[in-house]
Design a protein around this ligand. Sequence first.
Ligand code: ZN
Length: 159
Amino acid sequence: MRSSMRKERNPSSKCIGRVLAGESVDPERSALMARVRDKNSKPETIVRRLVHALGYRFRLHRRNLPGTPDLVLSGLHSVIFVHGCFWHRHKGCSRTTTPKTRAAYWKDKFTANVERDALKERQLRALGWNVLIVWECETFDPNPLAARLAAFLSGRHFP
Ligand SMILES: [Zn+2]
């Protein structure tokens, strides 16, 4: 679990330093949660921060796995995808809209996306990986998402 291979630098280290100097109660966590709540954060970044805050280490975008999962937790045989609701067609989600023009084009494109996602997930499961799909809209409310991630990663629940 020490083999963290995060490819991105941490642009917020300055921010953590500032908060550490100014607060006394669990400053690292409050700095983290402040960043998690940042409405400009990309969904994948939010998921990474939450998984990291839960104490797990992961690799990013391992291309040798089907579908190039966004987060790979090798020791847990678990992968996490963070899917945009529009492109990956989150069922029942208000963000899953369909453009009015070129309807046939979009229908084909969306169908291909959904079929590819399903195929990659089947391939991963066949290789023994646990797979969690996190939808973009779930990242707007970090607390329930953190609970879902914790349940998945602790092995209590594999959706
Ligand atoms: Zn959604």
